[in-house]
Design a binder for this molecule. Structure first.
Ligand SMILES: NC(=O)c1ccc[n+]([C@@H]2O[C@H](COP(=O)([O-])OP(=O)(O)OC[C@H]3O[C@@H](n4cnc5c(N)ncnc54)[C@H](OP(=O)(O)O)[C@@H]3O)[C@@H](O)[C@H]2O)c1
Length: 270
């Protein structure tokens, strides 16, 4: 079934690491044309080399997605090379951990929004004309934090909630166009995001969360995302607690608050 990706042009932002890298490597054996986007060219090239060895054609685009002009140029570069776009996976993201009252420079919140929200908006805007032509797919990697509030994660959670508002609205605008929008809200995944998170001072956290090795692997998460993209699902969740939590929140929100606080206290022990 995954053969539908053969020759398809797929843009993956945040492809140099974690879930984005795992997505590229999982798709590569189906011989797609992958446009690999992130800022670190060396790491992107290493992912591209592995994807090419597995059967994909690749294009590396060193792009900071917080810059709308760079996003426009990336899309033009992709179309100049591969002539079409079949899927855009808005995956790049950064995180923050810290109590809101400890954040002294509120610019930190803007930095999180610049990547997590605006980066996805820019890439989508510029890729959309081509996705309309191909009746393609937009996949946006949100988080469980985009469906429910998470303590110590205010700006991150808000940026992910904003993605849901934006893409759920856009889905209605695009009804009948053939373009699908899939939101993915993963639970914790093993990746570099946690150690690369910003703390309340705006510095790097520098270490993974304490139960990092209990998290879902990036490879497993990538398979769930590809399945959802293939089936043009509206929303994909990666954990049972994510699925149950959505419904439980409707009838007993205080219980979900307590479970969330307990889980975060365990993970963010410092
Ligand atoms: N890991 C989890 O527990 C988890 C859970 C739920 C949702 N998510 C979401 O999953 C997505 C992927 O995260 P991950 O866990 O795979 O994290 P990761 O390993 O830190 O990867 C993040 C990717 O985003 C790229 N990126 C960051 N800032 C960028 C910018 N300004 N422009 C372009 N690319 C940028 C990074 O590449 P460069 O540094 O080279 O630019 C990297 O490739 C994120 O949206 C995250 O919020 C993760």
């Amino acid at each position: 079934m995954a053969e539908i990706w053969t020759d398809k042009v797929i843009i993956i932002t945040g492809a140099s690491s974690g879930i984005g890298r795992a997505l590229a490597l999982a798709l590569a054996p189906y011989a797609p044309k992958l446009v690999l986007v992130a800022r670190d060219r060396v790491r992107l090239q290493a992912v591209a080399d592995s994807c090419e060895a597995a059967g994909a054609a690749t294009l590396v685009s060193e792009t900071d997605i917080t810059d709308p002009h760079a996003c426009f140029a990336m899309v033009q570069y992709a179309v100049a090379r591969f002539a079409r776009i079949d899927a855009l996976i808005n995956n790049a993201g950064i995180s923050m951990w810290g109590a809101f009252e400890d954040i002294r420079q509120l610019e930190l919140c803007e930095r999180v929004f610049a990547v997590n929200f605006w980066g996805g908006v820019y890439c989508t805007r510029y890729a959309l004309p081509y996705l309309r032509q191909s009746q393609g797919r937009i996949v946006t990697i949100s988080s469980l934090a985009g469906l429910s509030g998470i303590p110590m994660h205010t700006a991150y959670s808000a940026s992910k909630h904003a993605l849901h508002g934006f893409f759920e609205s856009l889905r209605i605008e695009l009804a009948g166009s053939g373009v699908s929008i899939t939101m993915v809200a993963p639970d914790f995944v093993q990746s570099e995001i946690h150690q690369r998170s910003l703390n309340a001072d705006g510095d790097l956290l520098g270490q993974p969360l304490s139960d990092h090795y209990d998290f879902l692997s990036a490879d497993r998460c990538a398979k769930i995302i590809i399945d959802a993209m293939q089936r043009r699902k509206r929303l994909a969740l990666t954990s049972l607690r994510g699925r149950l939590g959505r419904w439980a929140k409707l009838c007993c929100p205080q219980l979900i608050d307590w479970i969330t606080k307990t889980a975060i206290n365990k993970a963010y022990r410092r």
